[in-house]
Design a protein around this ligand. Structure first.
Ligand code: ADP
Length: 455
């Protein structure tokens, strides 16, 4: 069958929704196609924090920040491999994008709390309600309903269609084994996410990232958009920059949001009861260190002092329930009890916690020079979970310009083709900083929607 639209958006993550809604508001007839039965992609399962320099919560909390500092942090955090012009645009458009999310999409951000992820000079990440991407995917859904934007799920884009001048004029897709042609009068927006769940594709670029690593990614995140665009001679960039996340579910690979206690001083130990890495090291460094330990696993430990501030167990109740049922996380009145649950060397662990408590009180971590400052682990209840690293984010992807137009290997624009989100490879350089993905997909999704509608 054949269907006609002005703009066809491939993928229903944050980038796809931002693009589709913006295109519709610019007067285009839009469709979203999504290969999975449900919408949201990786955007649904993220913690959902969004870095925005100069945001309203910072103003309320008296935190000084500006566009230049955000640009500096982001470029440095990616080892200066991000594109400075695109990062500048990201920084400049972050606040208008966040205001759009808050005021138009009705995303509920906490009014007096911010996250400070590694690599950021100040607290600048807005936190959506319940600390998950579900907050904004559900609001995006409500808005697409209101605007009557159709979402065709279980529909996999398989190829881009071009005319004799090389302009992209549509998408070939498949639903239940049937071929569907989507004609796109004005443009196609690629918003298919990265390739973290595709083991063959990631080991092609980084052989180390084989099956020993799970992935935090949704199942559909297989790099389809990159492959489809490459068939039209699109240029990829920075493909070997693939980020692992150190603390994840040992069976499913899902990210452990409950272990965000780590940002508040939780320690990471091995089976022998010893710390082995600074807990706020880069994600890749901690990941490798964990794989070098017994059983290639690590244990995250914290107590009441940290939970009182971080509140992670109360915020992520479902995660606790699930991990607890599976014997992967426990709450106990003593650290000894936790050690015995996990078969960790109890004596060594007690001695280790003793040293941590001394270092915390002295404000000087003599073992690993913890950059955030250690906290004491003395007040019950105590919490411990087992974790291992997973492939998290692919920084590389399609090359785009400031209009989100996809570029070919000659650096020329591929007419009719736009891209936004994790499928692109422009902003994060070698290493994406926490909280920058949401900013990236919203900012560039909005630009893509506007540009495609204006064709
Ligand atoms: P971003 O963060 O860039 O928005 P996400 O991972 O959140 O990316 O979303 C990407 C979405 O695209 C996922 O829901 C995924 O299932 C979908 N997708 C990936 N490949 C295809 C494809 N070939 N056809 C349709 N949808 C796709």
């Amino acid at each position: 069958s054949e269907q006609n639209f002005d703009v066809v958006v491939i993928g229903s993550g944050g980038a796809g929704f931002s693009a589709a809604i913006t295109a519709k508001n610019a007067g285009a007839n839009v469709v979203i196609i999504e290969k999975m039965p449900t919408v949201g992609g990786n955007s649904l399962i993220t913690g959902g924090q969004m870095n925005v320099p100069g945001n309203w919560v910072q103003k309320k909390m008296g935190i000084e920040d500006d566009i230049e500092l955000f640009v500096k942090d982001t470029l440095k955090g990616g080892d200066y491999l991000g594109d400075p012009e695109m990062v500048q645009l990201l920084a400049e458009q972050a606040l208008p994008a966040a205001e759009w999310l808050r005021d138009y999409i009705k995303v509920d951000f906490y009014k007096d709390q911010l996250f400070q992820f590694g690599g950021h000079s100040v607290k600048r990440a807005l936190i959506p309600r319940n600390h998950t991407g579900a907050e904004w995917i559900s609001k995006f859904m409500a808005k697409t309903d209101e605007l009557q934007i159709p979402i065709h799920t279980r529909t996999t884009a398989t190829a881009l269609i071009k005319d004799q001048n090389g302009r992209v004029i549509g998408v070939e897709a498949e639903k239940n084994g049937q071929k569907i042609i989507y004609n796109a009068e004005r443009g196609v927006i690629m918003a298919t996410g990265g390739f973290g769940a595709n083991v063959a594709m990631r080991t092609k670029y980084v052989p180390e990232l084989d099956n020993r690593y799970g992935t935090t990614n949704a199942r559909g995140i297989m790099g389809d958009g990159i492959v489809m665009a490459e068939k039209l001679n699109a240029k990829t960039h920075n493909m070997e920059s693939i980020q692992t996340y150190p603390i994840c579910h040992i069976d499913t690979g899902v990210i452990s949001l409950i272990a965000d206690s780590r940002f508040f001083g939780a320690i990471v130990v091995n089976k022998e009861g010893h710390r082995f890495v600074e807990e706020l090291e880069r994600r890749d460094v901690i990941s490798r260190a964990i794989l070098a330990q017994t059983e290639q696993q690590a244990y995250v430990l914290w107590g009441g002092e940290i939970e009182d501030i971080a509140g992670v167990v109360s915020v992520h109740k479902d995660e606790f329930g699930e991990l607890n049922r599976k014997g992967m996380m426990y709450k106990a009145d003593s650290i000894e009890e936790l050690a015995s649950k996990f078969g960790i060397d109890e004596k060594a662990l007690m001695a280790q916690v003793g040293r941590v408590n001394q270092f915390a009180k002295a404000g000087d971590d003599k073992e690993f020079n913890h950059r955030g400052g250690l906290k004491t682990i003395m007040k019950p209840p105590f919490y411990m979970l087992v974790a291992k690293p997973s492939v998290h984010h692919t920084m590389g992807g399609l090359m785009t310009d400031t209009h989100t137009r996809v570029l070919d290997t000659q650096g020329k624009v591929i007419a009719g083709l736009f891209a936004a989100g994790e499928v692109t490879g422009m902003t994060h350089g070698s290493n994406r900083l926490g909280g920058n993905a949401i900013t990236d997909i919203t900012v560039f999704g909005r630009i893509a929607g506007k540009e495609a509608a204006a064709q």
